[in-house]
Design a protein around this ligand. Sequence first.
Ligand SMILES: O=C(O)c1ccc(O)c(O)c1
Ligand SMILES: [Mg+2]
Length: 639
Amino acid sequence: MRRSIATVSMSGTLSQKLEAIAAARFDGIELFEADFINFNGSARDLRRQAEDLGLGIDLYQPFRDFEGMPDAQFKRSLERAERKFDVMEELGCPLVLVCSNTSPLSLNDPARSAAQLHELAERASRRNLRIGYEALAWGRWVNLYQQAWNIVDTANHPHLGVILDSFHTLSLKDDPSGIAQLPGDRIFFVQMADAPLMSLDVIQWARHHRNFPGQGKLDVETFFEQVLLSGYTGNLSLEIFNDVFRETPNRRTAVDAMRSLLYLESQVRQRLSHSAHNPAAPEAAAASRALQRLDLAMPPPAQDLQGYNFIEFAVDAPGAQALGQTLSALGFEHAGHHRSKAVDLYRQGEIQLVINAQPGSEASQRFEDQGPNVCAFGLSAADPVQAANRAAALLSARHHSPLGPQELQLPAIIAPGGAVVHFVHAGTTLAADFDPVPSRPGPPADAGLTHIDHMALALATDQLDTWTLFGKAILGLQAGESQELADPFGLIRNCALSNPSRALRLVMNASTSQRTRTARQVHTTGRSGGSVHHIALGTPDIFATVRRLRERGVKWVPISANYYDDLLARLDLDEALVRDMQAHHIVCDLSAQGRFLHAYTEPFADRFFFEVVQREDYDGYGAVNAAVRMAAQEQARPA
Ligand SMILES: O=C(O)c1ccc(O)c(O)c1
Ligand SMILES: [Mg+2]
């Protein structure tokens, strides 16, 4: 299918947009009216620019409120249409989008609308142009695709077809399953948009909050599957009105856009091949024809990743010493010193943490840019090479690190913001690359921490959708509910990503205020737009772990006594247990089935901190306690 994107979906001047769109290997664009009106050149200039970049101008939307008008208004519109057709000929653009009328002057008269669109199509046909009619969710009389199709069917002109837009159908909770029954060759164009669920006026929702397929909560896969079952073979296009995308660097937006299409295609391809191989399915034949006709993207399948194998920190030499002390206090054993680099391995339970202070390395470059930060992490995969191949097929850059003698070569990619993601076999120990460090005399360090429960990121607001898509498409994660958390200096938007087995959990935080801790941290990371904000380590007995760590000098974020009084009032908890939690600065959340106990250490170098968690049949992250933590951290900060 031809892949295209509306120019309204990205930031920049029109020429800059075209370059970013072409660099992401799109075939064409939907030209947004204002982009052309404001373009510093003629229609022919624009056509040449697009052609030089290998882009077709596949769709243009030059008029509104066209059909179903009283005769006088319609006549004037028809004359104006000829002028726009002139422009389209110069642009080399074959298709006009006419969206359903929103004017109060328009008439509820489908026969009239059909006759008027017929007349427009007849005029278009004289220049070999085509008209596509789209039902806007807020059209005055027409807002469902079935209504638009009925009018197109009545008009019965070969140069008139329908345009489908997933947003309009799914935002109204209209059933997309009738789309498969439409004649595919009368669908002239398909626009795909996802969106978060919002209870907002539909126009505001549509014009400010759409996002790419996979970034929102609409069932775009079912919609697109229906489109393909109809026999449609035209464009797969993105029309994304989004306030944040208008300011996001357009190269990143364009790559996200293409990634979203490749992901959508591959997901729907799987559905179709499932149907095609099930002769009992009524859509088996249509699914099989669609697969034969179309060359849908087919990356290696997503895997259920098995969690974090290691996390690597970038620091300088003094930082390595300080972080080493912090990890030792947290009960980690200094398990090895790298054979050829200033890199150290710390271990506890199955947790592996790496401190990288190698001068001249990529880690040191990241340290120079950001201060101490997580520069890499390893994820356990049943097939690490395929995991990296899937990522590359979905447009992640591969990462090749210079290898020392006999070092492990791990397939790796670059995550948004620049951290390196390595894929490793579950249970891989990094020890092979490290010389053992003689263990210290005295009792063993272990404090009962067994595994990495989750990692939380502090992200710039324009990185949230990018990370959501990366997590879903490349890491096989699903997005939870988006929540707002109150920091003393503003709101934090929070959303968790996790895989079906829950072995891999990643939490995203973005600050809508400039003044929160999250925002301050994001600023230190400059253009990378965020980094790891905290790491949650699991223990089967948080009371014992906190006690041991306290003896070793670990400082805990002190939680207000009022919090514990409120817990007693709010939850059905034993008073002695709550007072014990209070004595250990442990906070708590209950779910229907389970319980989450957690405690926070003080931040390292004002960057990231460690959280200790005991998870018992509980699927969340204790978000209700984030506000008490953020307030406590502010009150614990040196004045
Ligand atoms: O918001 C609008 O006006 C608008 C215009 C054209 C479209 O294709 C659309 O989906 C929305
Ligand atoms: Mg549309």
